[in-house]
Write a protein that binds this ligand. Structure first.
Ligand SMILES: *Cc1c(COP(=O)(O)O)cnc(C)c1O
Ligand SMILES: [Zn+2]
Length: 455
């Protein structure tokens, strides 16, 4: 493979101005719009044949170089300016794709696969973006000999878990970590993660959108390194989810639908951009259809798609808490990607809280370990098949964005029927499960189970 360093710049998605990639900026200094990272030498990559790219990425599946065995299997498409020695690899990426069994497929209405990003080190897809953001940070710290860097983020739980984990790997003498969380709006498991990684955890009243506003202000006025998906370097790493799907589908994306839960819309942006890279390089012949799923309690993207105008919504409590966002920061990117490239290959669908819980419980009763957002994806696919947005003849990959265990609280609330009325969840006995307390006595247990004695 030719040595490829690429030429990266930040590019404003509104006014088109470009800025030095070695600066820490998160919005356009001229017009305040979002930035993306652009490889101005991307056309050089097109000189390499699709067959050669495929061989490179397929060969890297057996690499001994740890740094290139996670998301940086696709180094040339993620952060070519960061040399291998600066890459931080904590075991992220290359998550499995699991075929839904026949019972689950019948319930949903089509054969499908689950790609569970809960199998990442902090148990969510956020690790993909942190691997790129922290590798970049590590590189810039070395090149510019920085110290006293403060990594900061607002979070619905998983961003802070991932940020705290990856930052904890860097030298304490150079980097400190602060995360801002909405008090009472993250699960106990999620809260334990940044605490365990040694970050300063600040709890604020309100919801995620309130924390985000504060962090945006801090990033604008103070010297900090912002780790929200507004930082376009995070999006680079998250594109790997799309690259991996393409590779796991043997680079055949014809007739493929990828189902993604949408919160702040960073993930869906990255997934769309990732497939676009492969399409522009001729590695895939067709862009897949993207089906975005939101809860009825936090559905600004669905409303935008239905009505053609975007307006933030005030969120109501949702079990898909990691996606409970009324004013998605990356909406302008979604708008552009759909307008320029995806057109009718982008759908958005809303599901009820009950449907989300049933999607999760049903998937997990059939061999999966999906979170509530994964349940949201499953429910969204089911509804899309019922309403004819999708056809059973298509091929489906459903994104479970984190691990079941992170959201075990909601499963417990379902089993105990302890949801407040604001969730509007109707439980069904067939989905409930509780431990049974019995005497430590074989006869009692056999009696409870109705076992027959051996003759
Ligand atoms: C962050 C997150 C989401 C939402 O992703 P966005 O990029 O904010 O749209 C969904 N599920 C989980 C588990 C998350 O952590
Ligand atoms: Zn601008």
């Amino acid at each position: 493979m030719p040595a490829m360093r690429g030429e990266l710049v930040y590019r404003c998605i509104a006014c088109g101005a470009s800025f030095d990639i070695y600066d820490f900026i998160y919005t356009c200094p001229h017009c305040k719009s979002l930035l993306k990272v652009e490889n101005t030498a991307f056309d050089d990559l097109k000189k390499i044949s699709p067959q050669r790219w495929i061989k490179l990425f397929d060969d890297r599946r057996s690499t001994d170089t740890l740094e290139l065995s996670g998301i940086f299997r696709f180094h040339e498409l993620i952060l070519p300016i960061v040399p291998v020695k600066d890459i931080i690899y904590l075991g992220e990426g290359q998550t499995p794709i699991v075929r839904a069994n026949q019972e689950l497929g019948a319930w949903v209405g089509a054969e499908f696969f689950v790609k569970n990003d809960g199998f990442n080190p902090s148990a969510s897809f956020k690790d993909r973006g942190m691997a790129s953001a922290i590798s970049y940070l590590n590189h810039v710290i070395r090149v510019k000999d920085l110290d006293n860097v403060l990594g900061i983020c607002a979070s619905t739980g998983d961003t802070s878990a991932a940020a705290a984990l990856y930052l904890s790997y860097l030298p304490k003498s150079k980097v400190k970590t602060v995360v801002l969380l909405p008090k009472g709006k993250v699960t106990a498991q999620q809260l334990s993660q940044p605490l365990g990684s040694g970050a300063t955890v600040i709890e604020l009243p309100g919801v995620f959108d309130d924390c985000m506003r504060i962090v945006e202000q801090l990033a604008q006025d103070y010297q900090v390194f912002l780790l929200n998906s507004k930082n376009p370097v995070r999006i680079l790493g998250q594109k790997s989810y799309a690259y991996e799907i393409a590779q796991q589908m043997r680079w055949r994306t014809q007739n493929l639908v990828v189902v993604v839960p949408i919160g702040n819309a960073g993930n869906v942006t990255a997934v769309m951009e990732g497939f676009l890279d492969l399409f522009h390089l001729g590695i895939i012949k067709e862009l897949p259809v993207i089906l975005g799923v939101q809860s009825e309690h936090a559905d600004p993207i669905v409303r935008w798609r239905d009505r053609g105008v975007f307006a933030p919504v005030k969120v109501k409590p949702s079990v898909a808490q990691a996606a409970m966002i009324g004013d998605p920061v990356s909406f302008p990117k979604v708008d552009q990607l759909v307008g320029k490239h995806y057109h009718d290959r982008f759908h958005a669908i809303a599901v009820s809280e009950t449907e989300i819980m049933e999607g999760m419980l049903m998937a997990n009763r059939h061999g999966h370990v999906v979170c509530t957002q994964g349940g949201e994806s499953v429910a969204g696919l089911r509804k899309a098949l019922q309403t004819g947005i999708c056809a059973p003849t298509q091929r489906f990959v459903v994104d479970s964005t984190s691990h079941q265990l992170k959201f075990a609280t909601f499963q417990q609330m379902y089993f105990e029927e302890s949801f407040g009325p604001e969730y509007a969840i109707h439980t069904r006995d067939e989905f409930k499960n509780q431990p049974v307390g019995l005497a430590a006595d074989p006869g009692t247990i056999a009696g409870y189970l109705g076992l027959k004695q051996k003759s």
